[in-house]
Ligand binder design. Structure first.
Ligand code: SF4
Length: 689
């Protein structure tokens, strides 16, 4: 009995799925996961989890797990030892560097990996491989929001805490569906709505779950959010209901900004957005009536060519109405992955060192050069979008990609695959032989979050520790150990013995994290950056001024970028997004038998009117065709979508159902975030039912 008890363990971890950052204890017996038990001490979720956090863990024991390094021999992979795999990596990358220079190699880090691993990945790229060609998947999602926050307020993070959202009197939710993509956050909003009478406005092209519960739901045309947001802001100013004292004392650029709003009249907005003028006025009135307003937004805003500008319009609205830097107010771009905030914070982006210090700022770069004892490259490198183009152009020859299924999640998947075929050398480090890994020359088996220690940073800048629940399966290893082995093959001489050491090194130099330490993060403790040297953290930003030299925020005039035009034959507007049960493309959740059985394949939602027009019913098989590719999916008829708007979840088990075969390489003009939400398609009926 005692022996049996000893094999049962309880270990704290942080969820590996969305950016809410739920923490809980995991009970295990050997490798068997007995249960997930949330705790009241968990700062974000307390005793809540969603279906993924509660039941989404059996993928760690999937027979599909990679347990040995693989090296390509012709058309197949063969299992090799770690030494053999590292030999190949060393030889091939050194050859390419000697022939084509350091910038012929690029690195992609992972929002599923820990902060410590992301820190090491960019250190590997910069300090060991001498290139700033390093990026992460925030390029695919919230980079436009980060850009907008930096333009207007100074720091690229949510301005308050999830706790603050509950204190808001009004939450405006734009292009986001937290009920499925950030479930525990939506539970907290729902509780505030029921208990405190919090009001919700939802603006979305699709009648998602949040919309069905909203106090006001508006359905602007796809890609027109900047226009109605600017019209709302103009209307509030025209009514004299802007926050004069806040604007005078804490914000620059009001007069110029007001001028930029001239064209955003109610008539113009109504025509462009397809909204009634009364709807726009009602949004403005609800904002004016509320003492505390917060805005949540996500991919429906950012994944457009004007994603940064629309995010900026949201920040402008908040500044004009004085809804920043007070509890219950602020800007909340909802982060998609568990550690996408951390991947950016740790410097996995072409211009940024850890803590958003810049490679082209001499003083900041010198500090890191001193710490690492090397000279660093001085100009920003390629982002992941530019990397794909550079491969096609023959400039980029090798890629080292960690934990990102880029062949599925990047837009214009056919173009991305063609690029991977052209690479001279490709290393993929992952838990599974993903679609992307199938193009690799060397595949390195990585351990998932349950099998390692480290920290994750959630959407509200909260750093939390995760502890090792299970040992790595087979010969797989935590990413930080793999990166260290690779770095040492290139002369690095690193000797990190634990993630704690890596974190301490990072916090010793990055100003945002000066006072952060593993001791201050023990157990369920957490810290929200910036963390001052004395360990004080910052749940609410900008209470002492905005992050600019004069401490004033900046209103930033923006204009509307109309959606992409494609041929008239593409008569349907395509949208895409997450499902509650699955995470993103389903790489992990599809390997959880219970979840897979519940939602085994993707589908296309079409409206009852479109179904009638095309003579199809539930279960019909159709081909969706765009100028970039086609997919084959089954039909679900639902009033969640209307008219000629169709919706395909990101879930994709089979090649032929991956929605990114349809999307283009168009992108946000500032950040290069793909315009995933701007595609038009046509529908061919294969089988009407
Ligand atoms: Fe995990 Fe997000 Fe669900 Fe929380 S809400 S349990 S972080 S997937």
């Amino acid at each position: 009995h005692e022996m049996r008890e000893a094999r049962i363990r309880k270990t704290k971890t942080v969820c590996t799925y969305c950016g809410v950052g739920c923490a809980f204890d995991v009970w295990t017996k050997d490798r068997h996961i007995l249960k997930v038990e949330p705790q009241m001490e968990a700062p974000v979720n307390q005793i809540s989890t969603c279906v993924k956090g509660k039941f989404g863990w059996d993928f760690v024991n999937s027979p599909d797990r990679l347990t040995k390094p693989l090296v390509r021999k012709g058309d197949r992979f063969v299992e090799v030892s770690w030494d053999e795999a590292l030999d190949v990596i060393e030889r091939r990358i050194k050859d390419i560097q000697a022939q084509h220079g350091y910038d012929a190699v690029a690195f992609i880090s992972s929002s599923k990996a820990t902060n410590e691993e992301n820190y090491l990945m960019q250190k590997l790229a910069r300090a060991v491989m001498h290139t700033n060609n390093i990026d992460n998947c925030s390029r695919y999602c919230q980079s436009p929001a980060t850009e907008a926050l930096r333009r207007t307020m100074g720091l690229g993070g949510d301005t308050g805490s999830i706790k603050d959202l509950e204190l808001a009197d009004l939450v405006l939710i734009v292009g986001a569906n937290p009920a499925e993509a950030h479930p525990v956050l939506s539970t907290r909003l729902r509780r505030a709505q029921k208990k405190r009478g919090q009001k919700h406005i939802v603006a979305d092209v699709r009648r998602n779950i949040m919309a069905t519960r909203a106090d006001l739901f508006i359905q602007p045309r796809q890609g027109t959010d900047l226009v109605w947001l600017s019209a709302v802001t103009k209307y509030i100013i025209d009514q004299g209901r802007h926050d004069e004292a806040f604007l005078r004392d804490r914000v620059n650029g009001f007069d110029e900004y007001v001028k930029s709003l001239e064209k955003f009249t109610l008539d113009y907005a109504s025509e462009v957005c397809g909204l009634r003028k009364e709807e726009i006025i009602r949004v403005a009135e609800m904002i004016m009536e509320a003492e505390r307003v917060a805005v949540c937004w996500a991919m429906g805003v950012t994944q457009h060519r004007g994603g940064s500008d629309t995010s900026t319009a949201i920040c402008n609205l908040l500044l004009v109405t004085g809804n920043v830097a007070r509890p219950g107010t602020g800007a909340y771009p909802l982060r998609g992955h568990n550690n996408v905030q951390g991947a950016g914070d740790m410097g996995c982006a072409p211009p940024f060192l850890p803590g958003y210090e810049r490679v082209d700022n001499e003083a900041q770069r010198r500090k890191w050069e001193k710490l690492w004892g090397v000279e660093l490259p001085t100009t920003p490198g390629l982002n992941n979008h530019q990397m794909v183009d550079a491969i096609h152009e023959g400039k980029l020859k090798a890629m080292y990609l960690c934990g990102e299924d880029m062949a599925v999640v990047d837009s214009n998947a056919n173009y991305v695959e063609d690029a991977f075929r052209k690479l001279e050398f490709f290393v993929v480090q992952d838990v599974f032989l993903s679609k992307t890994a199938q193009f690799a020359d060397v595949v390195l088996p990585a351990a998932p979050s349950l099998e390692k220690e480290g920290t994750f940073t959630n959407t509200e800048r909260r750093i939390q520790r995760l502890y090792r629940v299970l040992d790595p399966l087979g010969d797989s290893k935590p990413d930080w150990e793999i990166i260290q082995m690779v770095a040492n093959r290139f002369g690095a001489n690193w000797h990190y013995s634990s993630p704690r050491e890596i974190f301490e090194e990072m916090a010793s130099a990055a100003d945002l994290f000066r006072g952060a330490s593993y001791d201050r993060l023990e157990g369920y403790q957490s810290l929200q950056w910036p963390v001052l040297p004395d360990g004080t953290d910052t749940p609410l930003l900008y209470t002492d001024g905005f992050a600019f030299p004069d401490k004033k925020a900046r209103l930033y005039p923006v204009d509307w970028t109309p959606p992409i035009e494609v041929g008239e034959e593409y008569d349907l507007e395509l949208n895409n997004g997450r499902l509650l049960e699955h995470f993103h493309e389903g790489n992990m959740t599809s390997r959880v038998p219970g979840i897979h059985e519940k939602v085994p394949e993707t589908f296309v939602e079409i409206s009852p009117e479109l179904a009638k027009e095309r003579g199809v019913t539930d279960g019909a098989l159709v081909r969706l065709v765009s100028p970039y590719g086609s997919i084959k999916v089954r039909v679900t008829v639902t009033d969640r979508v209307s008219g000629k708007h169709v919706y395909v979840p990101l879930l994709s088990h089979a090649d032929e159902e991956a929605v990114n075969r349809l999307t283009s390489s168009d992108h946000d003009t500032v950040t290069y975030t793909p315009a995933y939400k701007e595609m038009r398609v046509r529908m061919e009926v294969i089988q009407s039912c």
